[in-house]
Design a protein around this ligand. Structure first.
Ligand SMILES: [Zn+2]
Length: 52
């Protein structure tokens, strides 16, 4: 339940960035986040390398 809430919050966060240069980009290194990662883990706003 809590995990779903975090996912929803993350998804809303991305939707808010839709159409901006920050959409789909890692907040740490600025590289584009893999779309599959974005869809499966919307609560994460880091790319795979930065999430380690
Ligand atoms: Zn990164």
């Amino acid at each position: 339940m809590k995990k779903n809430e975090a996912k929803l919050k993350g998804l809303n966060n991305w939707l808010g960035k839709l159409g901006t240069s920050g959409f789909g980009k890692c907040i740490r290194c600025g590289r584009e986040i893999n779309i599959n990662r974005l869809l499966f883990m919307p609560e994460s706003n880091h790319c795979i390398s930065c999430a380690k």
